[in-house]
Design a protein around this ligand. Structure first.
Ligand code: FES
Length: 71
């Protein structure tokens, strides 16, 4: 199962979890609005690992390549 690490926190989430929901369920208060890849309010940086991205076209290729994701 995938593991999320934010600061000192580390926890496992079920495979196929929505990243935004997993982060917010853990109390991290990631902002969001559209939940559809339009507003970019949920932009997060993934320092290690490559979470599956259901809509990679929603983010510029250069940002995607640097590890940014729309949670
Ligand atoms: S909530 Fe709008 S892009 Fe994620």
């Amino acid at each position: 199962m995938p593991e999320l690490c934010v600061g000192e926190r580390r926890w496992v989430v079920p495979t196929g979890s929505n990243l935004l929901d997993a982060l917010n369920d853990a109390g991290l208060h990631v902002p969001y609005s559209c939940r559809a890849g339009s507003c970019h309010a949920c932009l997060v940086h993934c320092e290690v690992g490559q979470p599956l991205d259901a809509m990679p076209e929603a983010l510029a290729l250069d940002k995607h390549a640097l590890g940014w994701r729309l949670a």
